[in-house]
Write a protein that binds this ligand. Structure first.
Ligand SMILES: *[C@@H]1O[C@H](CO)[C@@H](O)[C@H](O)[C@H]1NC(C)=O
Ligand SMILES: *[C@@H]1O[C@H](CO)[C@@H](O)[C@H](O)[C@H]1NC(C)=O
Ligand SMILES: *[C@@H]1O[C@H](CO)[C@@H](O)[C@H](O)[C@H]1NC(C)=O
Length: 365
């Protein structure tokens, strides 16, 4: 019996000796650095989760498809502790834009895109479950239609009107004092240049940027260079000028974002990392300590292109804000979530996921 098994034992020894040549040892993996964590906080289900602002330890999130405002109480790193949703007007009112009031600290402006209203609320952050209170309502003057973005600049609100293609300036202390600036399809964001003080609006489907001189009422259309990319969406005021993200087409992103200087000269920056170079950039936000660390966060989104990756890209510039020194890509756990807006805080970066009803937080304890 033993003799009959000898060939098998020899064969087993041979296999073992081959297997033993496979070595296994730890490596330093690329990807999420070991001290970084992502938590995707589940919000009440909605087809469209859009914008966000933070008041104390409460994140307010707009859900447009059902016009619900979500209050999320978070810990230091943005992990949800308690969540409550509130119907704002009716389910067809299309709650969209959110902005902090600077004149009334702790109060929040919101837009009701379908009701043509701008509303100032007290979010009542002392308790997550207490309903926010309406403080002021302003009707969008006709023929203006479809308030989307809202921002408070001293006594004025600047609002993009997505349906009538206007940008609105309106004095919230005297709403009869207003201007409607006609743009082209569709004004999305509005931002004020820190140096020349002009207002700029990204017009996504026209791939143009409208410049508004509020003193003269003059408007100018600036083309986005098609060799750089198309579809400007996210547009914010930042170091030395206006910064904007290019989303690209339904089939391709170009990993490109732009900077407008005080003379309207545009510089395009192209990401170069393997995942960054084709990113579909929807939104952007500077780090809270950008003046010293020169960091900018970009959001890549699958919102119009289902094959685009949902990612946060952390970019570090040189101290003159002219050259990208470093680029780090963080891929969302939930893909095809149509990631929508970014909000950096001192301890984390939030992002909303439009189609998956989630509030992501990226943090390093
Ligand atoms: C999402 O939209 C679909 C189709 O319009 C609808 O049937 C569904 O109830 C919506 N879901 C939520 C959570 O609002
Ligand atoms: C919302 O819109 C739908 C479709 O247009 C309509 O059937 C429904 O009655 C509206 N609901 C309210 C509360 O206005
Ligand atoms: C657009 O970009 C291309 C490539 O960088 C450049 O050659 C061209 O001059 C630019 N066009 C305009 C109008 O700036």
């Amino acid at each position: 019996m033993i003799i009959m098994l000898i060939p098998y034992l020899i064969a087993l020894l041979f296999i073992h000796s081959i297997v033993a040549k496979v070595t296994i040892k730890p490596v330093n993996s690329a990807g999420l650095p070991s001290n970084q964590y992502i938590v995707e906080n589940q919000l009440p289900l909605s087809n469209q989760t859009h914008e966000l602002v933070k008041v104390e330890d409460i994140i307010l999130v707009s859900q447009m498809s059902n016009s619900v405002l979500v209050k999320v109480q978070v810990d230091k790193y943005g992990v949800a502790q308690q969540v409550a949703g509130f119907q704002i007007a009716n389910p067809n009112s299309s709650l969209h834009g959110l902005a902090l009031s600077t004149k009334n600290p702790g109060m929040v402006w919101l837009t009701l895109e379908a009701d043509n209203k701008l509303v100032l609320i007290d979010p009542v952050v002392a308790s997550v479950t207490d309903a926010p209170k309406v403080i002021k309502e302003i009707n969008v003057p006709k023929p203006g239609n479809g308030p989307h973005y809202i921002g408070e600049y001293e006594t004025d609100l600047w609002v993009s009107l997505k349906e009538s293609y206007h940008v609105l300036r309106i004095n919230y202390e005297n709403p009869k004092d207003y201007n409607l600036y006609q743009g082209v399809v569709h004004p999305i964001f509005v931002a004020q240049h820190p140096i020349n003080k002009m207002f700029y609006s990204s017009e996504d489907d026209s791939s143009k940027i409208m410049k508004i001189n509020p003193a003269t009422g003059e408007t100018t259309q600036i083309n986005v260079n098609a060799s750089a990319g198309t579809t400007p969406v996210g547009m914010i005021s930042g170091p030395k000028g206006i910064w904007f993200a290019l989303l690209g087409s339904k089939t391709a992103g170009t990993g490109t974002f732009g900077f407008i200087d005080h003379d309207d000269k545009i510089v395009y920056h192209k990401l170069t990392s393997p995942l960054g170079k084709d990113a579909a950039l929807l939104h952007l936000a500077f780090d809270v300590a950008y003046k010293t660390n020169h960091k900018l966060y970009l959001l890549s989104s699958s919102i119009i292109n289902p094959s685009a990756l949902d990612m946060i890209i952390k970019v570090t510039f040189d101290k003159h804000w002219t050259t990208i020194k470093d680029e780090k890509v963080i891929v969302f756990p939930t893909q095809q979530c149509q990631s929508h807006r970014l909000l950096p805080t001192q301890f984390n970066v939030f992002a909303t996921e439009l189609s998956s009803s989630k509030l992501l937080t990226l943090f390093s304890p």
